[in-house]
Design a protein around this ligand. Structure first.
Ligand SMILES: [Zn+2]
Length: 395
């Protein structure tokens, strides 16, 4: 990408994702994806979260403002990739996940949701008994908790995509921690687990961001197939373009995104776009006929525990006062029948999520029913039960 002349191209470059150090950018996840989350969303902040993260392994490299990594004459040959990260993509680390390591395996992943199209997507996946990975935004988890619960209980993989979809490299360590912990809290309040995979928005993450994510217990999940639904979703031929990207990869065409040369694929779509979700049944049909088996991103790399039990608050070193204690849960979601869904709420602009600086107590009113394996139980319930049992015995 040497001809970065127009504003349009500069904007496109801002949206680029992560590529190998020796490859130039092609189409990737975009900021032009219909969400201006980072500008509209207030990210909950709880200073207690900062003390929970060990920063000793995080490089003290400077914050990189958006636009500071664009080079008009980027070589992208490894010599200037770091400086020109927005033109060339960040350096791929061995631990970064791009594709499935086994051939004939495919992980469908969906970013930026949930949205009011996620129900349709879950219907399609249910009908075909396919499990996928959902990289959710914490802000949208709060807007559409029923879809997160349904996806989790159906056996899908829930990963973090941050709270407000920022350019992470432009944030301080503290701001990144708030993004991740606020998302963890939103997910925990709905399904009682902590995600262990993160897809950095725009695929942007340098060594500092990756080390920080690792210290918080996250694996970096990227992709090696990108149908660029964010670019083509409104085109008359969106269906052909989106399906074409899947077919090309399945037919062995180099996607230009496979930094680790894995023979299996992890594809990137967004459950923000109906025209992208509409292609899922046909894509699954085509890839199935090509011999691909569908797995979640975690499954395809052999990870049997894609979600972590929530750490009880009492174990946190930063605990200073009484918090809701969260009962650890089985990281494997139960295969329950999905609950019937309420009507999808209309898409609406984010107004506010919570008050900055205030403690963010878990909202017990929002918690799932105690019969769910993903439920969170207040310790006082145990005390009440114990007292009741004791009185029963004595009477
Ligand atoms: Zn995204």
């Amino acid at each position: 990408m040497k001809n970065v002349g127009s504003l349009l191209i500069v904007f496109a470059l801002y949206s680029q994702g992560l590529l190998a150090a020796t490859t130039k950018l092609s189409a990737e996840e975009s900021g032009n994806d219909g969400n201006s989350q980072s500008g509209d969303v207030v990210v909950p902040r709880n200073t207690k979260w900062l003390a929970e993260v060990d920063l000793t392994q995080v490089p003290k490299t400077p914050v990189r403002p958006v636009g500071s990594g664009t080079c008009e004459d980027a070589k992208c040959d490894g010599s200037d990739n770091d400086k020109c990260f927005e033109s060339c993509g960040n350096k791929a680390l061995p631990s970064d996940i791009y594709g499935c390591p086994n051939s004939q395996e495919w992980a469908l992943t969906f970013d930026d949701g949930p949205s009011n199209f996620t129900g349709q997507l879950l219907d399609s996946l249910d009908q075909l008994n396919i499990k996928a990975t959902f990289c959710v935004l914490g802000s949208n988890v709060k807007k559409y908790p029923e879809f997160v619960k349904r996806a989790y209980e159906a056996g899908h993989h829930i990963a973090s995509h941050t709270y407000s979809h920022p350019h992470l490299m432009s944030l301080t360590n503290d701001e990144i921690i708030y993004e991740m912990k606020a998302t963890e809290e939103a997910i925990r309040d709905v399904i009682g687990i902590r995600p262990t995979y993160v897809r950095p928005p725009f695929g942007e993450a340098d060594d500092r961001v990756k080390a920080l994510m690792k210290s918080m217990g996250y694996k970096i999940l990227l992709w090696n197939v990108d149908p660029t639904d964010y670019d083509v979703y409104s085109l008359p031929n969106a269906a052909a373009k989106i399906q074409g990207a899947f077919k090309a990869a399945a037919n062995g065409v180099d996607t230009g995104l496979n930094s680790h040369d894995e023979p299996g694929y992890i594809s990137l779509q967004h459950d923000l776009y109906k025209s992208s979700i509409d292609q899922v049944p046909d894509v699954i049909d085509f890839l199935t006929k090509k011999g691909y088996a569908f797995k979640t991103a975690a499954e395809c790399i052999g990870d049997a525990n894609p979600h972590a039990p929530v750490i009880p608050e009492g174990r946190l070193k930063a605990q200073s006062n009484a918090e809701e204690e969260v009962k650890p849960v089985d990281a494997n979601p139960p295969k329950e029948q999905p609950a019937s869904l309420p009507p999808s709420p209309p898409a609406q602009e984010e107004k506010k999520e919570s008050d900055n600086g205030k403690k963010n107590e878990p909202k017990t009113a929002d918690l799932p029913s105690p019969t769910s394996a993903a439920s969170i139980t207040h310790p006082s319930a145990y005390v009440a039960f114990f007292v009741f049992a004791l009185l029963s015995l004595l009477s």
